[in-house]
Design a protein around this ligand. Structure first.
Ligand SMILES: [Fe+2]
Length: 215
């Protein structure tokens, strides 16, 4: 199997001067992101070097193939989730506009209800909340995640990712996760979320009502 080494992305300097989420938290958090990239590359390299013996010994209880393929999903989740998270932080809060606001109102009733749902989902989660576009249903929905690789669903693409692992807020908030989620919204760059939404819709090939072809 061939593979190309994945390179970590860089993010806006505004991440280091947010209200309520400290520079220290971001510095430590970015180290974790870098760690996922390193591990992803390590796992991919190991997969590229699997021998016939490794393939022959594939086993569902324990085997090299199993361990590598399971942990690959954790490492990849750690990359993608954090890239969405850091990409859309460092903004001024405000409110979404245009098609994104229209879609939020259509699917949640109001921005307040949407935020309430994100916050409650984040408090109920052990790791992540993703607002994702469900291609089949043609709607936005807030999915709950317990780890980097649980519980994404098929045919849904995230446009917003809220990290609720303790490392994202414990330095600044202790156990007050709700306070951290409020700060997350106060530092969110809705233009970046709108860009993600636009990108996702441009990939839509189904008969949903949200994409350009099916409005
Ligand atoms: Fe994280």
């Amino acid at each position: 199997m061939n593979f190309t080494k994945y390179s970590p992305k860089t993010f806006s300097n505004s991440l280091y001067s947010m209200k309520g989420i400290s520079k220290k938290t971001i510095e430590e958090h970015l180290k974790l992101y870098q760690g996922y990239v390193t591990k992803y590359n390590e796992i991919m390299e190991k997969l590229s070097l699997l021998t016939d013996d490794d393939y022959a010994k594939a086993n569902q209880t324990f085997s090299t193939v199993r361990e590598l393929k399971v942990e690959l999903t954790f490492a990849w989740g750690g990359i993608v989730n954090h890239e969405i998270y850091f990409f859309h932080l460092g903004g001024k809060g405000d409110e979404p506009t245009g098609d994104l606001m229209k879609q939020i109102k259509k699917d949640f009733g109001s921005l307040e209800t949407y935020k309430k749902d994100v916050k409650a989902t984040g408090i109920a989660a052990r790791g992540w909340v993703w607002t994702a576009w469900n291609f089949r249903e043609g709607r936005l929905f807030n999915y709950l995640g317990d780890a980097q690789n649980t519980f994404p669903v098929w045919e849904a693409s995230p446009i917003l990712a809220l990290d609720t692992y303790e490392h994202a807020y414990f330095i600044d908030y202790g156990v007050n996760r709700g306070g951290y989620i409020d700060s997350f919204f106060e530092n969110l760059d809705w233009n970046k979320v709108a860009k993600n939404f636009e990108d996702v819709l441009s990939k839509c090939g189904c008969d949903c009502e949200g994409c350009e072809d099916h409005k």
